[in-house]
Design a protein around this ligand. Structure first.
Ligand code: NAD
Length: 439
């Protein structure tokens, strides 16, 4: 197999059964596992570190570095766990769903390579509760693997340094809360506890599921591992166009001609994604702004279109690449209403543990509702700004509240005039034609 430019999606073909084992094998599936079984755990970890793979769930933490925190050696706990975070609930994100439904074996292969790297024998897939098709296909894929000695005892019948490699995968469907995607809340949920985040440190890599070392990584992160091992870390690094390595599943939703998902090199420009792959804005609509990486990122503007989709590049602009799934704000959609919709979602999904999230987000919702229905006062804008400061990182246990206020604080910065027009004319100018013409 020659090294592909679209390693993650080359398995997704027009064939009706492309998620099945036979199809996966016919495209070079499980070659990464075969290769990994010839390597030592140190060599595997080194390859992952060298590849510069960064976590694809949204935070972009270096995967090899994260994995290197797992205790190893004679004194390390015998039990270690790997968890695929498939609880995709970020507004605007639907990339993991594609991978889960179309290439379940790629995720299993990534988990098996993780097992070899860290000496773990148990893997879990924590799946968003309403991803029913993904659940069905993952379950089928797990069964196929068991039948073909790709899961269970003595995988592929070949020992590693004289010892059989055993690995099991458990599928855990979430009861359906956004907060369960936060890794420590996820672990609490799996232990049957209330899904509130834990204080970090200790990080799960050291004290995780059942108190044992645990790696939690996103679906797309695990999907990259077979290819890094199969084609090498230099190949992976060279795939990126900018600073970051590999490819990424980017997406666009909103009023564009072809909303969708595409696997593209890291460092692809935002302009290329929106104008070329998504076909540009629908006729009669102009781009007013966009959230580059899902609902918990800061707005960017048309002037930022030439920026590259790399973690640090987007951070330099005051936003985050997050999940890489862009949400478009067009000129006919009210930014106050869009932000209200997002903050309302996050307020509803708060676990209620910390004050900025439990009390601050509903307060922001009530102020946004007041402005949107035409009863806003100038002081409401100041209060919204105070609430954004109140929810800043460091004031909360997890990233939910800081993420929730990112679209709000950037809307107040870039679309302030829209908030002021609502207050001045005591109505939503996007709904009231006369005001819209004057504004
Ligand atoms: P985080 O930056 O706190 O952590 C990211 C990962 O790096 C974690 O696994 C954490 O254990 C590890 N890490 C960070 N600092 C570390 C350290 N000092 N030592 C050891 N390990 C360390 O971010 P988070 O709270 O896990 O995730 C927030 C992100 O999740 C946001 O960027 C958001 O975009 C994204 N998100 C995604 C979805 C989705 O559906 N994909 C949903 C919600 C949020």
């Amino acid at each position: 197999m020659t090294s592909p430019l679209n390693p993650l999606t080359r398995f997704i073909t027009d064939k009706a059964n492309c998620w099945q084992l036979s199809e996966y094998l016919s495209h070079g599936g499980y070659d990464g596992l075969t290769r990994a079984m010839e390597m030592s755990a140190d060599e595997l970890l080194d390859s992952i570190k060298q590849s510069n793979l960064r976590g694809r769930g949204g935070a972009g933490f270096p995967t090899g570095l994260k994995w290197s925190f797992v205790p190893r050696g004679a004194d390390a706990p015998r039990e270690k766990y790997l968890i695929v975070n498939a609880d995709e609930m970020e507004p605007g994100a639907f990339k993991d769903r594609w991978l889960l439904e179309q290439t379940p074996h790629q995720i299993i292969e990534g988990l098996l390579i993780g097992g070899l790297t860290l000496g773990a024998t148990q893997g879990y897939i924590f799946l968003r509760g309403d991803y029913y098709l993904a659940e069905e296909r993952l379950q089928q894929a797990i069964e196929e693997c068991k039948q073909h000695q790709l899961l269970g005892r003595d995988i592929l019948g070949r020992g590693i340094q004289g010892q059989a490699f055993n690995f099991e995968i458990h599928l855990h469907s979430s009861a359906g809360r956004y907060i369960c995607g936060e890794e420590t809340a996820l672990i609490n949920a799996m232990e049957g506890k209330r899904a509130t985040p834990r204080a970090k440190p200790p990080f799960p890599q050291v004290v995780g599921l059942w108190g044992k070392p645990t790696i939690v990584n996103n679906v797309e992160t695990f999907c990259n591992l077979p290819h890094i091992i199969n084609f090498g870390s230099d190949w992976f690094k060279a795939l990126g166009k900018g600073q970051d390595a590999g490819t990424k599943i980017f997406g666009v939703s909103g009023r564009v001609k072809r909303p969708g998902l595409w696997e593209l090199p890291m460092g692809t420009s935002i302009r290329e994604i929106i104008e070329h792959h998504a076909g540009g804005m629908c006729d009669g609509y102009r781009l007013k702004g966009f959230l580059p990486g899902g609902g918990s990122t800061d707005f960017l503007l048309e002037e930022h279109l030439d920026a590259l989709m790399d973690y640090d590049e987007i951070s330099k602009l005051g936003s985050r690449m997050g999940t890489g799934t862009i949400i478009i704000l067009d000129d006919k959609y009210c930014p106050v209403s869009m932000v209200l919709n997002l903050v309302r979602f996050f307020a509803q999904e708060s676990c209620g543990w910390c004050t900025p999230c439990r009390d601050g987000l509903p307060w922001a919702v009530s102020l946004l509702e007041k402005i949107e229905r035409g009863e806003g006062e100038p002081k409401d804008i100041d209060q919204l700004e105070d609430l954004c400061d109140f929810a800043a990182p460091g004031n909360t246990f997890c990233a939910l509240a800081p993420g929730a206020v990112e679209p709000l604080q950037s809307a107040l910065k870039y679309f302030r005039q829209d908030f002021e027009t609502h207050i001045k004319h005591q109505c939503c100018p996007y709904h009231d034609e006369r005001v819209a013409k004057k504004a």
